[in-house]
Design a protein around this ligand. Structure first.
Ligand code: ADP
Ligand code: MG
Length: 732
């Protein structure tokens, strides 16, 4: 029997979902008891490791130093005991290859005891390094399969955790994944390197201001807000496009979409809330501090956001979060869709990447405090970010490129593809003062009187928010909003950390030069003023507080000379540009070879992803749409013939039939157009293929979609083989 249900069967199944009685409250696990229960955390290590070993390990982690072998043996053994007590039988190095997903290869703890039996064993070397081979992951030409050694190396910055699936428990060790020549084959390695780079330069700035005492490192902090869709799984299985591409390739707009904004922040449907609560419980066990849940703008769209953490852990947790959403949804008869644009004409999903810099003692370096104009250290870090984003807007844009995010960026509901910064009134005002060389005041928000005596006076922010900016200052952090919902956080953060590292390097050098050796406080002030004034002058063009969706901004951005890389094919080649390669290699984040390999991988992925979509479209039309259309056409034709035979006039019905046949003709024509575009093999490298896809395949897909969507509105509901947008978006 086919897995694919007919539309009517699927709807019947979808609407029959019943909530199973939930556990009574007293049986529910308490949050504080389960939080971090599956994490080999600092607390567990303190309890289980000999004191001196624990202290040495903590020093290694906090100072980001290398781990020695003897220490690793003791830690591994304690880890194994802890995991086995919790039911684990296997361990795995858990890594993030350039597929954008996570990877694991499990080994059991059993080891021969030399006397014909087995013991449970886990050595320090098994903890710290592995050789999964894993030769089939994309390497962009770095590895040939015949010399396919790949190594994984434990990243002690990120906590070890237990993965539960049914009754299977696996000890997961977050690792970096590199080739035997040392080139990074994953997203974690460059992220770690980028944090080191930023830390080194940020420490110079702190030293300049004399605020470095007690600080070992500067970290970046990340709190990603994840948007996603949920659709009923029965309907999902009846849509080959959702099943294979995670987005609908067809679908006429329903009369009701999101016009009424009645879903946004609305009360959460019962089934969805039950799902969210289970996701959260699983994430709490893994130590992921999820905080916020709500309905998003589009019908069937939701959001989950954790409390921010240091970027290394946050990016690992973000992968766990996406996987948990996907894994738990089927238990509630749902499918979680992380694609950036699952439905045409309906809002897409992003992953707002909240980002800041913090000392390892917990001081947020992007906190402006009350009298911001006097807070020269904050202004220095802030200006360094502005400079970085202006200088490397192209690379930042490239870091979020991909076939799926192309549907979102630049459309009128998501940030434009032009990278600019929203600073808000207070900071923009201070920037203007800085440019003139004197900072004298901080605009205050004052209090907001709500006019009803029982309501409190609210402190008001000094400026409103802006939803249209791709990169916005939001109080004490920047929010990079252009990141796509399905993307890994690691890569955009790697780029962000590195461009800011370069900027801090520049700023520190300029400050040190301007102030001279052992500067007096006045000299420090003067140096800061002159350096920041210059930076503001040179880079203020990237600051834009207005409506990023407007046509006027596109013109204005063009006039300011800001890069406008409209799609992935424009943006991805930036990754292998001389400028980007020089930057990333100067800060030892990625070599030229590693950058080029990434560019190749992303371009290939773009081509493959669109080709899969195009093939799926063609096959759906041939095997599902055409048969349905022919049936409907026959019904119409038979009705007309029968009416005419009865000698009754039916010119309107004839018109309907003619119009239908015409529309079907347009579909046939569009199908052969798409097939032609697909079968034409562009010569050349992946860039040539990508260009072909953009200029031939994608327009042919759009044409076919248009023809099929028109037919959907003309065809009898009982014949149309695919659940409609209405079914997908409103059956909850
Ligand atoms: P919003 O008003 O944008 O919803 P929130 O304060 O709710 O802002 O934060 C949204 C996200 O930003 C959360 O994930 C939060 O943890 C994160 N965030 C807050 N402060 C920081 C910071 N200093 N660094 C990184 N992320 C942060
Ligand atoms: Mg936000």
């Amino acid at each position: 029997m086919s897995l694919i249900k007919s539309r009517m069967e699927a709807i019947a199944a979808a609407t029959s979902w019943r909530e199973s009685p939930s556990k009574p409250a007293e049986q529910m696990e308490r949050l504080e008891e389960i939080f971090g229960a599956d994490v080999f955390s600092e607390r567990v290590m303190r309890e289980r490791l000999p004191k001196d070993i624990f202290q040495r390990l903590m020093r290694t982690i906090k100072k980001a130093e290398r781990l020695d072998a003897e220490l690793a043996d003791v830690v591994a053994s304690a880890m194994k005991d802890w995991a086995i007590e919790r039911g684990a039988t296997h361990y795995t190095h858990w890594f993030q290859p350039l597929t954008g997903l996570t990877a694991e290869k499990h080994d059991s703890f059993i080891s021969p005891d030399g006397a014909g039996g087995f013991i449970m064993q886990f050595s320090g070397s098994a903890l710290t390094q592995g050789e999964p081979d894993a030769s089939s992951f994309p390497s962009g030409g770095i590895r040939a399969t015949f010399e396919a050694r790949g190594y994984t190396a434990w990243d002690p910055m990120s906590p070890v955790f237990l993965n539960r699936s049914g009754s299977n428990v696996t000890l997961c060790i977050p690792t970096a994944f590199v080739s035997w020549t040392g080139e990074a084959l994953d997203t974690k390695t460059p992220l770690l390197r980028s944090v080191d780079a930023l830390s080194e330069q940020a420490m110079r700035v702190l030293r300049f201001f004399g605020t470095h005492q007690g600080v070992n490192r500067v970290l970046t902090t990340v709190g990603p807000e994840q948007e996603y869709f949920l659709v009923d799984r029965n309907l999902y299985f009846s849509r080959p496009d959702l099943l294979t591409c995670d987005r609908t390739l067809f679908g006429a707009r329903p009369p009701k979409g999101q016009q009424l904004e009645d879903h946004y922040f609305g009360s959460i449907p019962a089934r969805v809330l039950a799902f969210m609560a289970e996701v959260e419980r699983e994430l709490y066990r893994l130590g992921v501090p999820v905080k916020t849940r709500h309905n998003e703008v589009a019908p069937a769209q939701y959001e989950i956001a954790p409390i921010f953490e240091n970027s290394i852990v946050a990016c690992d947790h973000q992968m766990l979060l996406m996987e948990t959403l996907k894994r738990v949804a089927p238990r509630y008869g749902l499918q979680c869709i992380l694609h950036e644009k699952p439905f045409a004409g309906i809002n897409g999903s992003g992953k707002h990447n909240n980002w800041s810099m913090s000392t390892d003692t917990g001081v947020n370096l992007l906190d402006p405090r009350d009298e911001t104009h006097t807070n020269m250290q904050f202004l220095t870090f802030c200006c360094a970010v502005v400079r970085a984003v202006d200088l490397h807007a192209d690379l930042l844009r490239a870091a979020i490129a991909g076939a799926s995010n192309d549907h979102r960026l630049g459309a009128n509901e998501a940030p434009p593809a032009i990278i600019s910064i929203f600073l808000g009134d207070m900071l923009t005002d201070i920037m203007e003062q800085l440019e003139k060389g004197q900072t004298k005041r901080t605009i205050k928000g004052g209090k907001l009187d709500l006019g009803a005596r029982t309501l409190p006076l609210l402190p008001r922010d000094s400026g409103d928010r802006n939803r249209t900016s791709p990169f916005a200052f939001t109080g004490n952090k920047f929010e990079f909003r252009a990141v796509g919902s399905s993307q890994t956080s690691a890569w955009p953060n790697t780029v962000l950390n590195t461009i800011v590292a370069e900027s801090l390097d520049y700023v520190a050098t300029q400050l040190e030069k301007a102030a001279g050796k052992n500067p007096s406080p006045q000299k420090v002030q003067q140096a800061v003023r002159s350096v920041l004034a210059r930076i503001v002058k040179q880079h203020k063009r990237v600051i834009f507080n207005g409506d990023g969706y407007s046509e006027a901004w596109h013109k204005e951005a063009d006039r300011r000379g800001l890069p406008h890389l409209r799609d992935s094919v424009d943006a991805l080649p930036v990754i292998r540009s001389r400028k980007a390669c020089d930057l990333m290699s100067r800060y030892k984040v990625l070599t030229k070879v590693e950058m080029q390999s990434r560019c190749t991988i992303f371009l290939e992925k773009y081509v493959k992803q669109v080709a899969i979509e195009a093939e799926t479209m063609a096959s759906m039309v041939r095997t599902q749409i055409i048969p349905a259309v022919l049936q409907h056409q026959r019904r119409l034709a038979e009705a007309v013939a029968a009416t005419q035979a009865a000698d009754v006039g039916c010119s309107e019905q004839r018109d309907v039939l003619e119009g239908y046949v015409e529309a079907a003709g347009r579909m046939h024509e569009a199908l052969s157009g798409l097939e032609k575009a697909l079968h034409h093999h562009a010569a050349g490298d992946e860039m040539d293929h990508a260009k072909h896809v953009r200029s031939h395949v994608k327009p042919a897909m759009a044409k076919l979609r248009d023809a099929v969507d028109t037919l959907e509105t003309m065809t009898s509901e009982d014949l149309w083989p695919l659940p409609s947008y209405r079914d997908l978006l409103f059956i909850k």
